[in-house]
Design a protein around this ligand. Structure first.
Ligand code: AVJ
Length: 332
């Protein structure tokens, strides 16, 4: 047998001479630039927003059902127990602006108590919102609804269709934890500016607790959070046309007590190179990409943050273990 013989038919790709990956990039120029900058930084990082492609969103829903992931069910318990109390503090007739609304279910469950005059769900995926809002409008015909498809994480101005009076921002789920404390203050300042003098904020915050509980919530036994984190690599392959091989990476998550945050990373299992049109990077074995931070607060430290941002806190509700807090803050 002649092993070195060339095959009879050779298919030559017109791009075969190019050494970098030939996968098409599906992200916008801005997204490609943002991801490339992070991947080429000395300590590589990516924004947690890239965790959420359609599989990523499903994996996050699955995380919310895990026994180790306490935030979702703890917060739901607080809403169920104290929803009427919250409605009392906020008052009927508000314009409820739901940040990261998704399927709008959390806000909708509060409608009968909160009785808002207007509901404004905001989410990056406007198409997803429109379907959810159409259904909600049927169930609550008396509430005026207007969906906004925008990425509010880097600041935003509300269109004229949003009423100016009694604006109440709804930001549940402890998503504020994805911002550093400094970023959170400037984000909250933006909400305060948009809320006007008679507005407010209803926000969910995850609290510091036993480190083993925190670690397990982000590194569960089934490996769902690992799948969620690793799935970002598939999403990046799609967005920038990279050639990440998921099997070469592993999920790492832990509570960093000095910085009061959960950190998620993806760690290279072996020396490897990642290429995409326009760039490439070598990773040593053990080198990481920092994919998410999830800051944890004490009640006091979060109230201080709200005050720095110009809010006056009015009420706080927590579960019996003090694991999670829902806070109503007034603009003044
Ligand atoms: C959606 C940002 C609130 O930080 O707990 C869950 C995301 N990451 N497991 C969180 C997440 C890993 C989640 N937030």
């Amino acid at each position: 047998m002649q092993l070195s013989r060339a095959p009879a038919i050779r298919v030559v790709s017109p791009l075969a001479s190019n050494t970098v990956s030939q996968r098409p990039a599906h992200g916008s120029a801005a997204v490609i630039k943002e991801i490339t900058e992070g991947l080429l930084a000395d300590a590589a990082y990516t924004s947690p927003k890239f965790l959420y492609d359609s599989l990523g969103s499903k994996l996050f829903e699955a995380i919310c059902e895990l026994p180790e992931y306490y935030p979702t069910r703890t917060e739901a318990g607080i809403f169920a127990a104290y929803g009427a109390d919250m409605a009392n503090a906020i008052g009927a007739g508000s314009s409820l602006i739901d940040l990261g609304a998704g399927n709008c279910a959390k806000a909708a469950s509060l409608f009968p108590l909160l009785k808002p005059a207007q509901y404004v769900p905001v989410d990056i995926s406007r198409d997803f919102l429109l379907g959810a809002v159409a259904q909600l409008q049927q169930r609550f015909p008396q509430i005026e609804m207007t969906a906004l498809g925008l990425d509010f994480s880097s600041g935003f101005a509300l269109p004229d269709s949003v009423r100016g009076e009694r604006r109440v921002f709804f930001y549940p789920g402890s998503s504020i934890g994805n911002f550093s404390p400094e970023q959170a203050v400037s984000f909250l300042r933006g909400l305060r500016a948009n809320a006007g003098e008679d507005g407010g904020l209803l926000i969910g915050v995850d609290l510091i607790k036993d480190h083993a509980v925190l670690d397990a919530a982000y590194d569960d036994a089934l490996g769902v959070t690992g799948a969620f984190n690793l799935n970002m690599l598939r999403h990046l392959n799609h967005l920038i046309g990279a050639d990440f091989d998921v099997g070469q990476w592993k999920h790492v998550a832990f509570f960093n007590a000095d910085r009061s945050r959960i950190e998620m990373h993806l760690e290279a299992r072996c020396p490897l190179t990642v290429s995409w049109p326009g760039g490439e990077r070598d990773f040593a074995r053990g080198e990481r990409i920092h994919t998410e931070d999830s800051y944890k607060y004490t009640r006091q430290s979060f109230v201080a943050l709200l005050e720095k941002a110009g809010f006056a806190t009015s009420r706080m509700w927590t579960d019996k273990d003090g694991w999670f807090a829902v806070i109503h803050a007034r603009a003044s």
